[in-house]
Design a binder for this molecule. Structure first.
Ligand code: ATP
Ligand code: LTN
Length: 330
């Protein structure tokens, strides 16, 4: 292994991941898997902060686990696990709750946004979501946490909690660094390009799912909201076009200047078709592998069991240290 640094990240099984999850997070995970000591997981405990049917949760978790394997993450070399199968997460989360201030948690924008969106179910779990996330990270003494821009604030809080704990008890917890790639870090909704693309958006024209067929991808990108200007150039005043340019740039490696030149005398129709084709090409290998691996039920089950065992082993070491420091009997 080129680097012994620990890279950790989780994703919630709240639905099929979107192009935003892929370009902002999953694609970078796959790139790091060979060079770092990587730990990736399905955050199913986090996902019940939004009401979910039991059967759906189970299927989504299995499907998401399969997708992680399809990305090319190696379950022998890396730890690929399901959060609820590692009880240390809930246990450390409780302890960290007692080292997190009510005011700090109240400032989290994700909490504010999710409570406004699900006003009939503003549960306490939604409020303490970031301390569970801190436990996910700190249990494994992670050095780097690759996430999209929306998770930066949770990472800052995780660092504050770790520093506070270490300030009281000595160097127990590694203070992690967020890894947020410039390109792809925030893919916006196709329907409302000032909002982030989110898999739990009720409008299915707002996102591209990783298992969308080429026809569906073309249709969704064709219907993406742009503006009446009909010229392809990057500007904050043109959020729809800027978002499509960002997607096209990440998928093809072309710069914004190249893209502006390429579509200089062309309209949005040609531009959107090119964006759709680049997305189709980008997703094709993953889609083929995902289909194949989904059918390998016994193999996936075995990987998850092994992943949970390996994760428990590492997590228990940190939890044991923390409990000793806090003063629990044994
Ligand atoms: P939900 O809509 O259910 O809240 P989500 O789509 O925001 O979920 P998560 O499971 O919370 O997805 O996030 C998984 C990873 O994807 C995180 O690292 C997050 O930062 C990243 N991510 C989510 N949405 C985007 C986006 N629109 N652009 C870039 N990265 C994103
Ligand atoms: N809250 C994250 C998902 C998540 C996560 C984590 C990310 C849960 N635990 C630990 C990085 C590290 C989100 O993307 N919404």
């Amino acid at each position: 292994m080129a680097n012994e640094k620990v890279v950790l990240s989780l994703i919630q099984p709240t639905g099929t991941p979107t192009l935003g999850n892929y370009l902002g997070a999953l694609r970078n995970w796959a790139k790091m898997a060979e060079d770092y000591n990587c730990i990736f997981g399905c955050a199913d405990l986090h996902s019940i902060t939004i009401r979910t049917e039991a059967q759906d949760l189970k299927k989504r978790t299995r499907d998401l686990y399969a997708l992680l394997i399809a990305l090319g993450l190696n379950p022998e070399k890396n730890i690929i696990f399901v959060q609820s199968q590692v009880p240390q997460h809930s246990e450390l989360a409780w302890i960290l709750n007692c080292y997190t201030m009510f005011g700090e948690a109240s400032r989290m924008t994700q909490f504010k946004e999710k409570s406004a969106k699900h006003s009939d179910n503003v549960n306490v779990g939604l409020f303490t979501y970031p301390t569970l996330m801190a436990a996910d990270i700190l249990l494994y003494q992670a050095d780097y946490v690759p996430v999209g821009e929306d998770q930066r604030q949770h990472l800052e809080l995780t660092r504050d909690i770790a520093e506070r704990f270490n300030g009281i008890y000595g160097e127990v917890l590694k203070v992690p660094e967020p890894l947020i790639e410039q390109s792809g870090a925030k893919i916006m909704s196709l329907a409302e390009p000032t909002k982030k693309m989110s898999k739990s958006d009720p409008n299915n024209k707002a996102f591209i799912l990783l298992d969308d067929t080429p026809d569906v991808i073309v249709k969704k990108i064709k219907s993406a909201v742009t503006d009446s200007d009909a010229r392809v150039y990057f500007s904050d005043d043109k959020p729809g076009v800027a978002n499509l340019m960002n997607i096209y740039s990440v998928c093809t490696g072309k710069s914004y200047d190249d893209i502006e030149t390429e579509f200089e005398n062309k309209g949005y129709g040609d531009f959107k078709l090119a964006v759709a084709e680049s997305v189709i090409e980008e997703l094709k290998p993953l889609q083929v592998e995902y289909k194949r691996i989904l059918a390998e039920k016994a193999y996936l089950e075995e990987c998850a069991t092994k992943g949970a065992q390996k994760a428990q082993y590492v997590a228990q070491k940190t939890l044991h240290k923390v409990k000793k420091k806090v003063g629990f009997w044994n």
